[in-house]
Design a binder for this molecule. Structure first.
Ligand code: KG4
Ligand code: ZN
Length: 356
């Protein structure tokens, strides 16, 4: 086990997460506890419930992370917690716990930007791979696709600049909204993806949206088209409720599966369109793709083909670290620690919106 041992804490939304990394970035443990059941009766994430759940879950989640890593809290040498963006009350729980552990042990502390965690997560090794992660190169292109972001970042010598972001909805968000309209429960993205697998490719088409000459993403047009199409189908088929269908009568209508396949094709097509145009304007040699929506099956099939055709070194986040987790927070902190950056635990504040 290489030193320093890093404890990561992530409580920005509705997952309570804790991880331990060794000094070379190997993940010794990563535990994520979902609060889905607690929020389900309300049909969405309730901020105050999230905060209370983080407090209630922390002892078990951190206990499990330390036990799996085979260490005690006293052996932790660096502490990191997410400072934002996210739900302030939820962030405050993890951030305050992190500050307290760092202060009590006299350890260096890092207040990590959630997107910085995602940005470097493609370098993490999947579980079972004993090699330490590669050091991120001095220059690379980062693509973060999540419930809150569809963003392209240029990373140069540790400095991050935003090249493109979404003008309206994020990619994961439209998967959720289209799924919700069909009666699926949050998070709908993975279920929509799964259903789209059973649609007939090309049976229906939605155009790939562009936002003028910019490389910015825009998903609200696709969302409206998909919702209108659902309405049209409902006039033919009657009310569609896949929440009920999936539970009881099995297979959803083929027309719905085809619609979802077309929706997904356009959503993923937009990602490839932006990458293609960016590469023409400003060629890049390494692309790191992360975020919850980087779990998308079509995206994970198409990106490697695209990257190979352009001779690009593609780093696709290991599935297990695509959604929110604390290993990515500890990893980002380790990279900061190596550059000699630390935060004052008393000065670091939780913030709902902060630029990267
Ligand atoms: O990164 P993440 O866990 O949380 C945020 O920081 O937002 O991303 C969650 C988002 C949700 O919108 C979820 O529906 C979406 O990622 N997502 C997917 C898939 N798996 C998760 N979207 C499309 N296809 C998937 N397979
Ligand atoms: Zn996230």
């Amino acid at each position: 086990m290489a030193h320093p041992l890093v404890l990561g804490i992530e409580t920005s939304c509705d997952d309570t997460a804790c991880a331990v990394l060794d000094g070379e970035g190997r993940v010794l443990s990563s535990v994520v506890s979902s609060q889905l059941a607690a929020h389900r009766p309300y049909g969405g994430v309730v901020p105050e419930i999230a905060s209370r759940e983080h407090l209630a879950n922390w002892p078990a989640v951190s206990g499990e992370a330390l036990a799996r890593a085979g260490i005690s809290i006293r052996e932790i040498e660096v502490v990191a917690a997410t400072r934002g963006p996210g739900l302030v009350g939820a962030l405050l729980v993890g951030l305050s716990i992190g500050k307290a552990i760092a202060f009590a042990g006299g350890r260096p502390f890092h207040a990590v930007h959630h997107l910085e965690g995602h940005l470097y997560s493609p370098f993490l090794r999947p579980p079972g791979d004993p090699r330490p992660p590669d050091l991120p190169p001095d220059r690379f292109l980062g693509l973060v696709l999540s419930g809150g972001h569809s963003s392209l970042f240029a990373v140069e010598e540790g400095a991050v600049s935003t090249l493109a972001e979404t003008r309206d909805d994020a990619i994961g968000e439209v998967f959720d909204k289209v799924g919700k309209r069909l009666g699926l429960l949050y998070p709908q993205g993975p279920k929509v993806d799964e259903l789209a697998e059973r649609g007939t490719p090309g049976a229906q088409r939605f155009p790939v949206s562009r936002f003028g000459e910019t490389l910015d993403f825009s998903y609200s047009g696709l969302k409206s088209q998909a919702l209108l199409e659902i309405e049209r189908l409902e006039r033919i088929l009657g009310p569609i409720d896949l929440g009920a269908d999936l539970g009881m009568s099995g297979e959803p209508p083929q027309a719905v599966l085809d619609l979802l396949a077309a929706f997904r094709e356009s959503a993923v097509g937009q990602v490839l369109d932006r990458l293609e145009r960016l590469h023409e304007r400003r060629p890049f040699s390494l692309l790191a793709v992360s975020g919850g929506a980087a779990a998308n099956r079509l995206l994970r099939r198409e990106l490697p083909v695209w990257a190979e055709r352009h001779g690009i070194d593609l780093r696709l986040v290991p599935l297990i670290y695509s959604g929110d987790n604390a290993a990515m927070i500890a990893h980002a902190a380790l990279l900061r620690q190596r550059r000699g950056l630390t935060d004052d635990p008393f000065a670091a504040e939780a913030e709902s919106r902060i630029p990267l």
